[in-house]
Design a protein around this ligand. Structure first.
Ligand SMILES: [Zn+2]
Length: 173
């Protein structure tokens, strides 16, 4: 699936990275998948995308190995939920870079407009997105919690670990 002109063979890795995960919707969907939002309706509610936009991106993300989908039963209907692969979870420093850049350069009043990166190794908020600014631990989806603007209780919630990327796009967890 092509979302724009193909930069996948450009020599610059920044261009190749943007080609793979530079789409705004893809980044917002990755934000939801690592934050533990896995079902279509819930992702749609969080990112505010139209159904066709969301469906197209999720298909792209499965094809590109950023996400896997797993069936679940919703009453009589068989639906799918989506989980980040290792490649998807490895975008965490990118999401953190957006967070920290935006909090510096597009400031917004109020605690409710911040995303706090909490290192679970030391339980402190990190001011860096790759390694904890307090204890130095490498920050991954396995050891980070977020306090998101949408968390009404302002309590940290652990991120979702990646699942193995499989050739088949349907997994049973
Ligand atoms: Zn730490």
């Amino acid at each position: 699936m092509v979302l724009r002109s193909d930069w996948s063979t450009r020599p610059c890795p920044i261009a190749r990275g943007i080609n793979a995960v530079g789409d705004p919707w893809v980044l917002l969907i990755l934000r939801e998948l690592v934050a533990g939002v896995h079902r279509f309706d819930q992702i749609r509610e969080q990112v505010g995308a139209a159904d066709n936009i969301l469906a197209k991106r999720l298909k792209y993300m499965v094809e590109e190995g950023l996400a896997v989908r797993a069936p679940y039963q919703d009453g009589r209907a068989r639906r799918f939920e989506y989980f980040p692969t290792q490649a998807g979870a490895d975008t965490l420093p990118i999401l953190h870079a957006y967070t920290l850049w935006a909090q510096k350069h597009t400031p917004s009043e109020g605690h409710e407009n911040r995303l706090s990166i909490i290192c679970r190794s030391c339980q402190l908020e990190s001011s860096s997105g790759e390694a904890c600014s307090h204890c130095g631990a490498t920050l991954t989806t396995a050891n980070v919690s977020w306090i998101r603007p949408t968390y009404e209780d302002h309590r940290p919630r652990p991120l979702t670990k990646s699942v193995a990327s499989l050739a088949c796009d349907e997994i049973v967890l």
